[in-house]
Design a protein around this ligand. Sequence first.
Ligand SMILES: Cc1cc2nc3c(=O)[nH]c(=O)nc-3n(C[C@H](O)[C@H](O)[C@H](O)COP(=O)(O)OP(=O)(O)OC[C@H]3O[C@@H](n4cnc5c(N)ncnc54)[C@H](O)[C@@H]3O)c2cc1C
Length: 447
Amino acid sequence: MTEASRNLSSWGRFHKVSAARVKTLEWRYQQLPSGSLTEKLLPYALGRSYGDSCLNSSHTHLLTQHLDRVLSFDRLRGILRCEAGLSLAAILELVLPEGWFLPVSPGTKWVSVGGAIANDVHGKNHHRAGNFGHHLREFELLRSDGQRLACSPTSNRDYFSATIGGLGLTGLITWAEIQLQPVLGPWIRQQTLCFANLEEFFTLSRQSLTHYAYTVAWIDSLAHGKNLGRGVFFQGNHGNKEDLAQLTIPRKKLATAVRTFPCDLPSWAFNRFSVGLFNQAYYRRQKMRGSAPTLVHYEPFFYPLDAVHHWNRMYGGKGFFQYQCVLPFAEGHQALGEMLRVIAQSGMGSFLAVLKEFGEIPSLGLLSFPRPGVTLALDFANRGAPLLALLDRLDAITRAAGGSVYPAKDARMSGEDFRCYFPRWEEFLAYIDPRFSSDFWRRVMEK
Ligand SMILES: Cc1cc2nc3c(=O)[nH]c(=O)nc-3n(C[C@H](O)[C@H](O)[C@H](O)COP(=O)(O)OP(=O)(O)OC[C@H]3O[C@@H](n4cnc5c(N)ncnc54)[C@H](O)[C@@H]3O)c2cc1C
């Protein structure tokens, strides 16, 4: 195990740890570093969490990127066992040519298996497939006392459900076994439809959920008046034999040209006018393109943002916040309308604004975020106090609607809110490894 210090940050770049204490894990057989109970440990994988749940200032980060070995792959049954630092990108490279795909994928493939478990991540197919945790056959949890717990739906079930969505606090996941889903190839039959308001979104979404495995919408967060809640709805299925015969396969996959965002933009570059212009142009372009189904490569369908490395620099050195909430169905429509009005009035809109209905499949983790309802995710450049005031107003709407905020995206929720959003937190305390903690955890437990 090598020890060093380096600068670490999360994806939102608001929380940064300079000269962070890091220990690089090389082998899954290693024990965790010894030390006193006051020196806390936290796994750090690819740092794609937006807030501080992957950071451990003044304590030690366990870097997992080198735990990236494939341990076995059953090509007939689609069962993959790998170390927890392996990325979803590497898994796709290996399994897709053999006719398998990830059962659930977040909006970036630069996420590790350990990170996907610790936040019990969801994707565009939540209504069909649930979360990442639903597809785990087994994993090993290494505790700081040296115990290695084999966790599965039938063995160490309590640690299984505490570790899924357990924010990296129950110990180190060394390896995991995942059930993949069969596919015919890399193509997705996609249809894109524009909607004029929230009413139309909910109608479209309801119809789509029964016919499509993947659904998600982009929403124009600055539209107001009669355009409030307008957006673009994306629905898709993995291509079947008929699709491949009838639709034209694009010659090139759209995401081949991966570029790197060259520099930090100043935060004032994101204002009512620039974001408003972008949103209008994007909506109009999608409207002109029409709604005929097309075959698209899975990369632009699942991972449009991965086409630009370090796109988070676009928000400048002060970083940005993502706000992702879920609102129960009964209150969702009204609460969403209220949120969009508050955002449009503030002029601090976001062009990355995503809306999706979660399904009814109950999450397995004690602290998993997904639950039945509609989820909204928005990025905001960090503009200091006025933005924080806006986010407080969004919190008030979420709380009043009985909703919740996603810890993987959060940089600021209060302890009181956390305990209200995740009522099983007390049950979870029993499974925390006494040597593990994080900046997020200290923030929500100590306030
Ligand atoms: C562009 C983008 C799109 C995204 N879209 C989605 C989405 O659609 N749905 C969604 O749910 N999330 C989404 N996310 C969030 C992302 O999926 C999660 O934050 C994920 O957990 C990040 O994984 P990571 O490997 O980068 O882990 P990190 O961010 O480094 O760590 C995340 C957590 O996992 C823990 N951890 C990591 N490895 C281990 C291990 N081996 N053992 C125990 N704990 C471990 C860490 O301690 C930390 O608590 C998105 C993020 C980005 C940047």
